[in-house]
Design a protein around this ligand. Structure first.
Ligand code: NAD
Length: 382
């Protein structure tokens, strides 16, 4: 059916069909005050996995828009990372500082459970460990749970290793060698991902320039890795080889674009391109090698996906190491087709969904998974 033929009284279907979403679930529990939306974008490769975000959205339309956008992003991230997972996301409408109760999260958990494994949730912005424990008490379709509860715990070491390997792949493309020895790297952020990344890069002989809005954090990390402390405003315009954003989104924007003197931008932060198509294209035109954020930082997703198969950190690190090959494939595809790298990665992800999806192994073969994932399927997909 042509999109224009859709009944204008059902704009939600229009929203679903425009970007290929399969399902949205509006979750209402007046007693606890729960108002949440679960979006399942695509389950061709496997169950839809994606975190739950709690946010004080201005209105329902803003929440719907966000969950549709984020769930679609998860489909692409899982597909390009070679995982047998689809894309999903959930948003809980509410103030994370005021509206959290056990009742609310347990009600939400029951909605997740009702989907019988089509959607698997995890922690995202606005959620804390305790909140996830309440969700987990109502459904087993939760991943990324703390080590103390038998889960995989903090994913940032695996994320950081993936970022490190992705940066090396960019160096290979830009310089013909993936060695970081002597390379100058401007590192934005001195948090979880940034600090583990810095240790890997420093071990290989990179020279790091580090900034954080909390100066003492950046200073401590700079001392540890024999790097240089720089101010948050200085970081964009430094005369370096590589810029590695590991703090916030939106840092590649109209203000910063003109400042970059680096050859490579590759880091762990999400949504770094302020206006994706515009700024992705501008980076290509400037000749800067850009590693799409959702590909290079997929170690976190690889880690939580690993938990579903029976967690083994070594295996997750190995899988995250493959980000090197994925990034190189994307950079080559982008060059051959003269398209920005974020467009190249989307196309490669779509190709994998189309090719692998035809087999539909996941829904036809119960024994396909081992560990918790297998158990979920054995017991829930009768
Ligand atoms: P974190 O909170 O540990 O670290 C972020 C750091 O950035 C903090 O130290 C903060 O003070 C600093 N910061 C904030 N604004 C800044 C600015 N303007 N300039 C310099 N520093 C600034 O977070 P993290 O877990 O290390 O995640 C970093 C980024 O990577 C985030 O964008 C996150 O969404 C993304 N990411 C993380 C993971 C993971 O496994 N932790 C996975 C995928 C993506």
């Amino acid at each position: 059916m042509n999109k224009k033929e859709l009944d204008p009284n059902f704009p939600i279907f229009n929203a679903l069909q425009t970007k290929g979403h399969e399902q949205i679930v509006m979750c209402s529990d007046p007693e606890s005050g729960l108002r949440a939306i679960i979006a399942i974008h695509d389950t061709t490769l496997g169950p839809a996995l994606g975190g739950t975000r709690m946010w004080n959205y201005e209105n329902e339309a803003a929440a719907l828009k966000d969950v549709l956008r984020l769930s679609r992003g998860m489909t692409y991230k899982a597909a390009i990372s070679g995982l047998n997972l689809g894309g999903g996301k959930a948003v809980i409408i509410g103030d994370p500082h005021k509206d959290k109760t056990e009742m609310l999260f347990r009600a939400f958990g029951r909605f997740v459970d009702g989907l019988g494994g089509r959607y698997i949730t995890a922690e995202d912005v606005g959620m804390e460990e305790e909140n996830m424990e309440w969700v987990y008490s109502e459904t087993k379709f939760v991943t990324g749970i703390p080590k103390s509860m038998g889960g995989s715990g903090n994913p940032s070491p695996v994320t950081a290793y993936g970022v490190y390997m992705g940066v090396k792949a960019c160096a290979k493309k830009a310089y013909g060698s993936d060695s970081l020895e002597g390379k100058k790297i401007a590192l934005q952020g001195a948090g979880n991902v940034a600090s583990t990344f810095a240790r890997h890069a420093a071990k290989e002989g990179a020279k790091l320039f580090i900034s954080d809005i909390y100066e003492e954090k950046a200073k401590a990390l700079a001392e540890e890795v024999n790097g240089t402390l720089v101010s948050p405003d200085e970081i964009y315009g430094l005369n370096v080889d590589i810029f590695t954003p590991c703090a916030l989104g939106g840092v590649i924007n109209d203000d910063t674009m003109g400042q970059f003197k680096c050859d490579i931008i590759a880091g762990g932060a999400n949504n770094v391109l302020d206006i994706e198509d515009q700024h992705g294209l501008e980076l290509m035109n400037k000749g800067i090698v850009y590693a799409p954020d959702y590909v290079i930082n997929a170690g976190g997703l690889i880690n939580v996906a690993g938990e579903l198969e029976g967690y083994n950190e070594e295996r997750c690190l190995q899988k995250a190491g493959k980000i090197y090959d994925t990034i190189l494939d994307i950079l080559n595809f982008s060059e051959e087709n003269e398209i920005p790298t974020h467009v190249a990665s989307n196309k490669l992800a779509e190709r994998r969904i189309a090719q692998v999806g035809k087999t539909h192994k996941i829904y036809s073969s119960k024994g396909h998974f081992s560990g918790r994932m297998g158990e979920m399927y054995m017991t829930d997909r009768k």
